[in-house]
Ligand binder design. Structure first.
Ligand SMILES: C[S@@+](CC[C@H](N)C(=O)[O-])C[C@H]1O[C@@H](n2cnc3c(N)ncnc32)[C@H](O)[C@@H]1O
Length: 256
């Protein structure tokens, strides 16, 4: 993971984070997408606060897990006193510091381990992670989600995005061949499907010598069961159908 993302961070972090239309010349527009995304996220936070009166989230410390060059961390600084961005690659962290317009309110950390050891239990009031966990095998995503829950304060809110399934029919933007493929895949144990996927990515990397970005998914029900198992309380799950051309993505909102 580190090698792939570090290579992208050096080559073209803008394109790696969003779509290839972005480049350094459009940095302002790029960061503006973060502002708009966090605006929507904070509207949802307010809805949750209204609905679950026991969850009024303090606006002190926020964490952006997989922060890249700080697109979302900087936007979160508009709502929280202190924002910590964590990323696995030095090149992304370098760029995050370079583009930081929020001074001390944003702090960026390099973390190459599969835990969040630099942070104590219960540290953050709000944690957000978008377009990060879906790029890692589910076994790693599970470990990180458990860690994110550990560093979340009681009464705080964790929101993370993960792909839940490919789009299945033409009205969702899927094709018949995808439906068949998906049906076959769902009858095979996930661990096998992901091993094959992993092997394919490795082969592609060797063939092209390119830093291939991986994509994984986990059914919504499975994620919800996992969250329950680790002691998280799921407050809402938002299905995002527009953002991704071939996938249904879910935004999970949980407390502990
Ligand atoms: C597609 S980018 C998204 C960046 C940011 N979340 C955004 O939306 O602007 C994915 C980021 O996740 C980071 N990442 C991937 N695996 C990670 C891990 N295990 N720990 C921390 N960061 C990771 C990558 O280095 C990259 O910067």
């Amino acid at each position: 993971m580190k090698k792939t993302w570090d290579e992208w961070g050096k080559r073209d972090p803008f394109a790696a984070i969003l779509t290839p239309v972005w480049d350094e010349g459009k940095a302002n527009e790029f960061f503006e997408t973060g502002v708009r995304e966090i605006e929507e996220v904070m509207k949802h936070v307010e809805t949750i606060e209204t609905k679950f009166s026991d969850t009024c989230i303090p606006r002190k410390k926020a964490l952006d897990f997989g922060c890249g060059i700080g697109r979302l961390a900087q936007a979160l600084a508009g709502y929280f006193d202190e924002v910590h961005g964590v990323d696995i690659t030095p090149s992304m962290i370098d760029q995050a510091n370079r583009y930081n317009s929020q001074g001390d309110r944003c702090k960026y950390h390099l973390n190459v381990s599969d835990s969040l050891d630099p942070f104590p239990d219960d540290m953050f009031d709000f944690i957000y992670s978008s377009v990060v966990l879906m790029h890692m095998e589910t076994k790693y995503a599970r470990v990180y989600v458990q860690e994110l829950l550990r560093v979340l304060s009681p009464g705080g809110l964790l929101m993370f995005q993960y792909l839940s399934r490919p789009k299945l029919n033409p009205s969702e933007g899927g094709s018949p061949s995808k439906v068949i493929k998906h049906l076959v895949k769902t009858t095979i144990p996930e661990v096998l499907v992901h091993s094959v996927r992993k092997m394919r990515y490795e082969r592609l990397r060797q063939k092209t010598n390119e830093p291939v970005i991986e994509m994984y998914w986990m059914k919504r029900k499975k994620v919800e069961r996992f969250l329950e198992k680790i002691g998280a309380r799921t407050l809402s799950v938002i299905e995002e159908r527009v953002e991704w051309p071939s996938w249904i993505s879910c935004l999970y909102c949980v407390t502990k």
